[in-house]
Design a protein around this ligand. Structure first.
Ligand SMILES: NC(=O)c1ccc[n+]([C@@H]2O[C@H](COP(=O)([O-])OP(=O)(O)OC[C@H]3O[C@@H](n4cnc5c(N)ncnc54)[C@H](O)[C@@H]3O)[C@@H](O)[C@H]2O)c1
Length: 364
């Protein structure tokens, strides 16, 4: 009998509209789980919890942490509160999934990673890009040598920018934490930890209309970030609230023997294309079904049920945070900055038992 994992969700805003249905689907599809309590500072969200059939609602997150039935706490609140909520949930002995970033502060994030090592519960940090079948197939091609030695890589994610919340243009907001985070998680997952970062950043559009009001932009909205992976392998991440439309793949990796390129975005990939010099043509791989970017919740619930570690370690999220924070610093100072943290990317060899069979559809 598979154990039913009981979940408390803190933050019933827009992202909960993705996570909650995902958990309900998991429950119907053989991963038994149940949301036992929802929480939001806004009392009006009680109605949303009721409509979703969540039996309890509170405005005080401490009630979620004290709830004896809750195994997993899912933190979907605004960015500034993630650090404290994650710390309190781990201290309460719960398994935790936290949306990005786990903290906006490197010292606090380091404390959380250390706490997760000794606490009873697992810590899973978004984004969950390494769980997508497209990513995992690309990982296998790169690591089986299909494109030779990776030499250079590119990540791209941007748009014109949100017009509904001033937070995005205030200190602590900006496209790096909101968008670039996906590309950096993907490229470091595929190529390993970065050793150095250098960036050009700036405020390209100093005034915005947000919620029908004119506001002054206080944080960088335009980024070109250079990454040094060592061994003469370099990457560039382009992100910004400065891009109206684009027509390039979200991720590309170029090696001595070929190229691999992701179709669409790394948070919503649709397959990939592989060029090998020895073939002399592009192999086209479409994905049969859409992958949900909330997939970290499946992995965490299954990790609890299968008594294993989740695929993604918090050290990866910390490494990505260090790159993001230092890219902003590099943009201010013009200096290339060393990245001191490191992590071991998850492996997806055919032999590994860490890959779920339903994700394993690499071409023979
Ligand atoms: N909106 C997106 O498309 C998107 C996509 C991926 C990830 N994210 C991440 O998900 C997180 C949430 O984003 P969102 O768009 O759902 O925000 P949101 O503003 O729609 O919802 C956040 C909710 O959290 C509640 N909240 C804040 N602090 C709380 C606290 N201490 N206790 C209880 N409730 C609290 C707020 O009242 C609000 O209802 C952010 O970290 C964001 O970076 C957002």
């Amino acid at each position: 009998m598979v154990k039913t994992v009981r979940v408390g969700v803190i933050g019933l805003g827009s992202v909960s509209e993705k996570y909650v249905p995902h958990m309900r689907r998991l429950n119907l599809e053989g991963t038994p789980c149940e949301i036992v309590i929802g929480c939001d500072l806004r009392p009006g969200k009680a109605e949303r919890a009721r409509n979703w059939g969540i039996p309890n609602f509170t405005t005080d997150y401490r009630e979620v942490l004290a709830h004896p039935d809750v195994d997993v706490v899912v933190i979907l609140t605004s960015m500034q509160s993630h650090g404290q909520l994650t710390r309190d949930a781990l201290n309460a002995g719960k398994h935790v999934l936290v949306e990005k970033p786990m903290s906006m502060d490197l010292a606090e994030a380091a404390e959380l990673v250390a706490l997760a090592k000794v606490s009873k519960g697992h810590l899973v940090c978004a984004p969950h890009v390494t769980l997508s079948p497209t990513y995992q197939d690309m990982w296998r091609h790169i690591h089986s040598g299909d494109i030779g030695r990776p030499l250079t890589a590119r990540g791209f994610y941007g748009w014109a920018g949100p017009d509904w919340d001033p937070f995005f243009y205030e200190p602590g907001g900006g496209p790096m934490f909101d968008l670039g985070v996906y590309n950096i998680a993907t490229l470091t997952g595929l190529l390993g930890p970065a050793k150095r970062v250098m960036a050009m950043t700036g405020i390209a559009i100093p005034e915005r209309i947000v919620n029908n009001r004119r506001m002054t932009v206080q944080t960088d909205d335009n980024f070109q970030v250079l990454l040094d992976f060592g061994n003469q392998c370099f990457g560039v991440v382009t992100t910004g609230f400065t891009i109206q439309q684009y027509d390039v793949p979200g991720i590309e990796v170029y090696g001595t023997e070929g190229t691999i390129t992701m179709k669409a975005e790394d948070w919503d990939p649709r397959g990939y294309r592989l060029w090998r010099n020895k073939d002399g043509f592009w192999q086209d791989h479409d994905m049969r079904s859409r992958w949900p970017w909330t997939d970290g919740i499946r992995d965490l619930i299954q990790a609890v049920q299968q008594d294993r570690k989740p695929v993604n370690a918090p050290e990866h999220a910390y490494h990505v945070l260090e790159i993001m924070v230092k890219s902003m610093e590099s943009g201010r100072t013009g200096q290339a900055l060393p990245i001191v943290s490191t992590f071991t990317p998850p492996r997806f060899d055919r032999a590994t038992d860490r890959i779920a069979p339903h994700l394993d559809h690499a071409p023979e």
